[in-house]
Design a protein around this ligand. Structure first.
Ligand code: KIV
Length: 291
């Protein structure tokens, strides 16, 4: 098989000029990464949403740099084509620029990500410039920034008044000017996302930000119906895997209890291949003992 070429940060930036919409989705392990890669997405984000959908926390704040590095490494093994972005977790890049450089270096070096994402606007523009100057592609993230949940007072729509809207536009401008190659716009009115998309030269990737962005990102567990209690207006569920998994595991449980599984076709007899070694799970086992 010919090895596929990975999608790069400059290619993603160029999609805006070409009028090509960008598709981003989150993944947290190699199996999901392989599936979304095969489905043809452009970007895979190891989001700090892993704190909520994988670890079961109420917010993204408990996620550590080690967690992000661990999940990036797993996801990287599943990707052949899609660009891999690792989320910089809470307070891993806001203490100092040196701290940000060291943390981002781990996400690229140990996690095998090809870019990092940081939440914030004008206040982190210098940090973004520093990362970009060090050769680390950066994805910005403005609007509803979940790492600031306690300051924002909840997962609330941002930009509801003119002052906030002006500040968010300034933030997006600052992040783009600092060198981010694309910007996530989260939780804002569609008109604001449209204005930012028209204003900045780099692509915008929306979530809860309406149809006018240059691309879209969704949390895989949400759009696949695995995070069943979560149904905000912006979310479209493309599958109901929660129900599918429950049904499959219930059928398995019933069959085990009834003695219907495993059946003869799932079992190996010692007399089937007396001279050959058996291969199960792709691992060569010892020759079966014959009696
Ligand atoms: O953590 C995450 O998954 C994100 C996306 C929702 C953009 O930041």
């Amino acid at each position: 098989m010919t090895p596929q070429k990975k999608i790069t940060a400059p290619q993603i930036s160029s999609y805006k000029r070409k009028g090509r919409k960008i598709v981003m989705i989150t993944a947290y392990d190699a199996t999901f990464a392989r599936l979304v890669d095969e489905a043809g997405v452009d970007m895979v984000l190891v989001g700090d949403s892993l704190g909520m959908v994988i670890q079961g926390h109420d917010t993204t704040i408990p996620v550590t740099l080690d967690d992000v590095v661990y999940h990036c490494r797993a996801v990287a093994r599943g990707l052949t084509r899609a660009h891999l972005t690792g989320d910089m977790p809470f307070m891993s890049y806001k203490v100092s620029q040196e701290q940000a450089l060291e943390a981002a270096a781990r996400v690229l070096q140990e996690g095998r990500a090809e870019s990092v994402k940081v939440e914030g606007g004008a206040e982190i523009a210098d940090t973004i410039s520093r990362l970009v100057g060090a050769g680390i592609p950066v994805v910005g993230h403005v609007g509803l920034t979940p790492q600031s949940i306690h300051a924002l007072g909840g997962f609330k729509l941002q930009g509801k008044n003119a002052v906030d809207r002006a500040r968010i536009i300034q933030d997006a401008r600052a992040v783009a000017d600092a060198g981010a190659f694309c910007i996530v716009l989260e939780g804002m009115p569609l008109e604001l996302a449209q204005a930012i998309t028209a204003e900045v030269a780099v692509p915008t990737i929306g979530i809860g930000a309406g149809p006018h962005c240059d691309g879209q990102v969704l949390v895989s567990y949400d759009m696949l119906g695995l995070n069943e209690g979560f149904s905000p207006r912006f979310l479209k569920k493309y599958a109901e895997l929660g129900a599918t998994i429950r049904e499959a595991v219930k059928a398995y449980s019933d069959e085990v209890r009834e003695g219907a599984f495993p059946a003869a076709e799932h079992s190996v007899s010692a007399f089937e291949s007396p001279d050959g070694a058996s291969v199960i799970y792709g691992i060569q086992t010892e020759k079966p003992t014959t009696h």
